[in-house]
Design a binder for this molecule. Structure first.
Ligand SMILES: Cc1cc2nc3c(=O)[nH]c(=O)nc-3n(C[C@H](O)[C@H](O)[C@H](O)COP(=O)(O)OP(=O)(O)OC[C@H]3O[C@@H](n4cnc5c(N)ncnc54)[C@H](O)[C@@H]3O)c2cc1C
Length: 498
């Protein structure tokens, strides 16, 4: 099987790259052994929220010692921080991706999924089309000045975390100085305790020094008859229907005080993202969602949207397909072979995008001897040595709440076109571009940089691939418009289970 481009991995970076390539007219096969990290994610877009300090619990100033707390720097304007490269640690992926590609990738992604699923500013909910900011830029826009500011969202335990883009259902959850919040727990949803979340919010200070007031209320909403313990997805399905919304509204009727914003765990509908609005109308008060631990309903909303877009755009999806071997000819990757149920299948392409994630997805692995490898393409990794014992000594420590594990920064080093580099700084394998979680140099979950790195690197990689395929990025806006016209004219989708 042959395509212009094979994308390996179905996380945010793989989908973003595959969809943009299709819109530019390339044929794309996306092979993946399973789902990506979106279903685990809060369904927001984190670009850069913190730098330095301990890897401990989220929230401004969090850390285990006074020294660590002061070393941990909250980032207010992520694009300005990316542009000021000296803030970033040596080898950080943003140093090569840069502000322009990051902003273009993030804007493009927001336009792709639509303002119904992602918005940038608290006032964007009522501002139709505001989520499309940057659409039509042809990938060339960079935000003016310092760019948009991070928003501060509560976590499920009432800590505070920075993010850049939120779902409209979270706009009311963006914490503001002097805000009064009613935190509502659902007795049968064990992943969220309103008392704990409200208590911690009352103790927290916003990065600008602001404070909030929160009180807790728990109601017994029955998501599925006969169940005393229903997960977030079960609750969300119950709230996809008018009957569920009506029952929840009745439980809250008369319980919300004047001036309060109602915060609920993020279960306000899986398929109907407007459930929060209906509830707000019933209660006469703003309603916001607080993202939960996995499985994350807001993350699944994004995942479902991307999956539907990939079908509509005729990305050839090959699911359940793990890359098990590669064919390299004269220093260039020409095919990868996937296997499922013992059936090998070769996928040839002019270019390959490695979007297989990091240690969390198994794309990178450390064995018991301390040997660290890229399990997909076998690319050289930055930040490790061939001596496993030394890797174990240098890269892993047992102080979980202390400094980030050195291992987390291990990954593939790349040039500005996301081409993998060897230890000598020379190109490691032609025909390959690496994006997202596989890149070296970031501790994505503590920095809150995972989605920004994924989208910025996908943007830079696709620019390079399109240039190599003879379709310069400057021409892609027109090509994308043509592709959209021909898509509108023709049916078709392709999805396979290997
Ligand atoms: C629990 C958790 C919490 C996190 N919290 C945050 C946070 O709060 N903020 C933040 O910014 N970031 C966070 N991150 C990081 C963020 O989720 C990642 O940076 C992001 O998911 C990376 O996306 P990706 O597309 O590169 O890879 P992934 O989403 O990991 O997708 C990788 C894809 O590659 C596929 N794959 C892997 N190996 C193969 C193979 N051999 N063959 C075929 N396919 C393969 C996988 O099946 C998967 O589909 C968190 C990560 C985890 C795990």
């Amino acid at each position: 099987m042959s395509s212009d481009v094979v994308v390996i991995g179905a996380g945010i970076s793989g989908y973003a790259a595959a969809l943009r390539l299709r819109r530019a007219g390339a044929t794309v096969t996306l092979v993946t052994k399973g789902m990506g990290g979106l279903a685990l994610s809060p369904g927001t877009v984190d670009v850069l929220g913190r730098l330095g300090g301990a890897a401990g619990p989220a929230g401004p100033g969090a850390g285990t010692t006074a020294e660590e707390r002061s070393a941990r720097r909250a980032i207010t304007r992520p694009y300005a921080a990316i542009a000021a490269a000296d803030l970033l640690p040596e080898g950080h992926p943003y140093r090569v991706i840069g502000r322009r590609a990051t902003a273009a990738g993030v804007d493009r992604f927001a336009a792709l999924v639509g303002s119904e699923l992602l918005t940038a500013r608290p006032d964007a909910v009522e501002d139709a089309g505001a989520g499309d900011a940057g659409a039509g830029s042809g990938g060339s826009a960079a935000p003016a000045g310092d760019g948009p500011a991070n928003l501060w969202l509560p976590t499920a335990v009432g800590a505070i975390r920075p993010t850049l883009l939120v779902q409209p259902s979270m706009q009311a959850s963006v914490l503001r100085d002097g805000g009064h919040y009613l935190v509502v727990g659902l007795a049968r949803l064990k992943d969220f305790t309103a008392d704990m979340a409200a208590g911690n919010l009352n103790r927290s200070t916003l990065p600008d020094g602001g404070r909030v007031r929160a009180r807790a209320l728990t109601v017994d909403f029955v998501a599925r008859g006969g169940e005393s313990d229903t997960n977030a997805v079960g609750h969300a399905r119950a709230l996809d229907g008018a009957e569920g919304i009506d029952r929840l509204a009745r439980l809250l009727d008369g319980r919300v005080r004047d001036g309060e914003t109602v915060l609920l765990p993020a279960v306000l509908g899986l398929d109907r993202p407007g459930v929060f609005r209906e509830l707000a109308e019933r209660l006469g008060a703003p309603v916001g969602e607080i993202p939960l631990v996995p499985p994350s309903v807001p993350g699944l909303r994004l995942e479902h949207r991307l999956d539907r877009l990939a079908s509509a755009e005729r990305v050839r999806m090959v699911m359940g397909a793990r890359v098990v071997s590669t064919r390299v000819e004269r220093g260039r990757l020409v095919s990868v072979t996937t296997a499922a149920a013992g059936r090998p299948r070769e996928h040839r392409a002019a270019a390959f995008i490695l979007a297989a994630g990091g240690f969390e997805s198994g794309a990178l692995a450390m064995d018991s001897h301390g040997r660290v490898t890229d399990t997909v393409l076998g690319l050289p990794l930055a930040g490790v040595t061939a001596d496993g014992a030394e890797n174990l000594r240098r890269l892993v420590h047992r102080d979980y709440w202390g400094a980030p594990q050195g291992l987390f920064r291990v990954g593939v080093a790349v040039d500005a076109g996301m081409r993998p580099l060897g230890p000598d700084g020379a190109a490691a394998l032609a025909g390959v571009h690496a994006v997202g979680g596989v890149l070296a140099g970031a501790v994505r979950w503590s920095e809150k940089s995972g989605e920004g790195i994924a989208l910025g690197s996908a943007q830079a990689a696709v620019d390079a691939v399109l240039a190599d395929l003879g379709c310069p990025p400057a021409h892609t806006a027109a090509a994308e418009a043509d592709a959209a016209t021909s898509r509108a004219a023709g049916p078709g989708e392709s999805k396979e289970q290997d």
